[in-house]
Design a protein around this ligand. Sequence first.
Ligand code: GDP
Length: 201
Amino acid sequence: MKIKSAVFAVSNTDHAKCPSGDLPEYAFIGRSNVGKSSLINMLTSQKNLAKTSGKPGKTQLINHFLINEEWYIVDLPGYGYAKVAKSQREKFEKFISEYLLKRQQLINVFVLIDSRLEPQQIDVEFMNWCGGKEIPFSIVFTKIDKLSSSALQKNMAKYKKELQKFWTELPPIFTTSSESGFGGEKLLNYIEQINNSITSK
Ligand code: GDP
C-alpha cells in the first residue's frame, strides 16, 4: 500500500468520542518504549506523526490518524509502566479496554513486542485477554535490527510456545525495524488486503 496522506485526526480518552463514520481502524499497542511511535512514523513515512518519547507513560490518549482518507491508525497508550500511580493506571486501562471491547470500527490490534525480550507476563496476559474477548490481533516483533536473526528466531519461538500453552492457533506474526524500515510494506499490505475485503463485501 502506498501512503498518500497521514494526518492527525483526534485524541481523547472516550471511545464514544472517537471519529464517527465507518472507516476501518487498526490499533497499535504495547509496553511503553516498545517502539510504537517509531513504527507508526515508519509506516506513514513521517518523522513526528506519533510522538516518540523517552518518558514512559506520556501518551495516555487514544490518538486517531487518518490514512489515505480511507482508514485510521489508532495509537493506544502504552501499558505496563511501573512509574505511573495505580489509580491513574486503572483509569486508563479502563478506557483502553472499553475502546477495544466496544469500538465497532476496530478491525485489528497490532500488539507490539520488543524482539529482544523473553516473553513478558503483561504481554502474554494482554494477548490472552484479547483472545478470550475475540478481539482480532496480530503480533509485531519490533526493533529486530538490534539482534541477530538466530536470536530473533529463538525469542519468537519462545513467545509462540508460551501462547501455545493457551491457544491452538497463533495470530499473524510480523517482524519490523523502524531503523531500517524492514517489515513496513508487509504490514501495510496486510492492512490493505483486509480493507479491500471489507469494501468488496
Ligand atoms: P514507544 O514508547 O513505544 O512509542 O517507543 P518509541 O517509538 O518512542 O521508541 C523507544 C526507543 O526505542 C527510542 O529510543 C527509539 O529510537 C528506539 N527504537 C524504536 N524502534 C526502533 C527500532 O526499530 N530499532 C532500533 N534500533 N531502535 C528503535
